[in-house]
Design a binder for this molecule. Sequence first.
Ligand SMILES: Cc1cc2nc3c(=O)[nH]c(=O)nc-3n(C[C@H](O)[C@H](O)[C@H](O)COP(=O)(O)OP(=O)(O)OC[C@H]3O[C@@H](n4cnc5c(N)ncnc54)[C@H](O)[C@@H]3O)c2cc1C
Ligand code: SF4
Length: 515
Amino acid sequence: MASSLSDPEDSAAKEPIRSGEQYVESLRGRDMKVYLFGELVDEPVDHPMIRPSINAVAETYDLAVRNPELATAISPLTGERVNRFLHIAGSPEDLVRQNKMQRRLGQLTGTCFQRCVGMDALNSLHSVTFEIDAAGDSEYHGRFLEFVRMVQSRGFVIGGAMTDVKGDRGKAPHEQDDPDMFVRVVRRTEDGVYVSGAKAHQTGCINSHWLLIMPTMRLGPEDRDYAIVGAIPADARGITYVYGRQSCDTRSMEEGDIDAGNAGFAGQEAMILLDEVFIPNEYIFMDGEYDFAAMLVERFTCYHRRSYVCKSGVGDVLIGAAATIADYNGVDRASHIRDKLVEMTHLNETIYSTGIASSYQASEMKSGVYQNDDMIANVCKHHVTKMPYEIGRLAQDLAGGLMVTAPSQKELDHPEIGELIRKYLKGRKEIATEDRLRILRLIENMTLGRNAVGYLTESMHGAGSPQAQRIQIGRQMQLEFKKHLAKNLAGIAPDSAEEISAEISDYMARVIGID
Ligand SMILES: Cc1cc2nc3c(=O)[nH]c(=O)nc-3n(C[C@H](O)[C@H](O)[C@H](O)COP(=O)(O)OP(=O)(O)OC[C@H]3O[C@@H](n4cnc5c(N)ncnc54)[C@H](O)[C@@H]3O)c2cc1C
Ligand code: SF4
């Protein structure tokens, strides 16, 4: 494979990546084919539009250096302290700490810091590879653990590539007119497999060192070639990236740092085109076991739907921005302003509470990894499809219209017009007009601009569109048990407490504490 990352001798010689700076350097000089604005990018690290997304990932390293309790863990696989994004959860506390780290990183970056998809993929593959092996004679789990050891000891970023382009949503992979609508094995050799197809909306993929390719939906016997899970170096031969545009993204390429709103940090999504990309046997963790695809998707989305606690950290920034603009405008003591800030906080903490509850109510899987509660994870993500929009609406209410009608930084800095802009766009006299404009641009960035991708639309569709959560919630709502409770109290079908308790299972058993 044509990649420095997959060369074991090269890997052995290198120290783990620890700081943000080392991470940024680790991305340089890779021969990646990245299209942006119809051209190949020479060096993504130095591209002004891409760099803020790299900075957001770099922060995951720097937080680990500053606060190891929060953002690292001792790995039982290596015996070493590793970045928490690479750690396999060995207890509910590990899952809770993931959430706390995610909230903190949302606060520090105000955007998507991109590493949770890989973290959740690693944790879900731990139990799924174990259970595939237990059902047959495969050796996926051992290979997978070797892979985890390797990425932990090098401190790599892992991208989780699940979503296929999917073509006709009403058809299974094998039913599509074009068989490439889902990633599949196109060729096999003794040494491994070649895969082709495309993955859409891939968070942080160009900023990753390795990609984990996974199926996106339940598969049947005729979809066997689509049941492939494997690890691929992000710079492997045969991969082309097509950068996703974000609203107002070219502001990062302009002079000045005010109009960007958040000049330091941004998210990243790109399309990954795979043209006969080779995966050697040692990096294949599922090949043909179509009946385990649904298990993998469900376990991954279960982790990932409570990872959206990240949005409560981003929400903290937006609430802070809304409170600041009210202060700058001289209305911070008005009762309706305070009430709106209370409402924003209530919504934001609702997201956090459900995410963290899902992590606390975790169960140990057969492989030893801990899996968070599926019902509450789905409730958390379903809140996330709505509440950031309402928080964003309230932030825009408090901001006033200037957040979308303000002139550019060039006018503010202009020798003639600049003074008039500073005079007429002033709020409270103690506050510099520039600061007022900066905070308005941040609110614009988070609710309409570049980071609205992460705060709003990613909240809607990432880890599955709202209906996907409603299906999961519906499956677990245990209506017969609840009907029984009601009928019992209404005197329709009175039963003893013991008889009703006997029906407690699944989600309700986790709530009440019966295993
Ligand atoms: C910002 C962002 C980041 C993301 N990051 C990642 C990532 O890192 N890795 C990754 O793997 N994925 C990622 N995703 C993908 C995400 O999981 C998908 O967007 C999501 O699963 C929805 O798929 P879709 O976008 O193709 O929408 P569609 O599937 O086209 O859905 C559009 C609408 O159609 C409905 N629909 C779809 N299929 C059916 C059906 N069969 N029957 C009835 N209704 C249907 C949906 O409910 C929805 O309302 C990301 C998405 C976004 C927006
Ligand atoms: S959307 Fe949130 S959970 Fe997903 S990768 Fe970005 S920061 Fe992590």
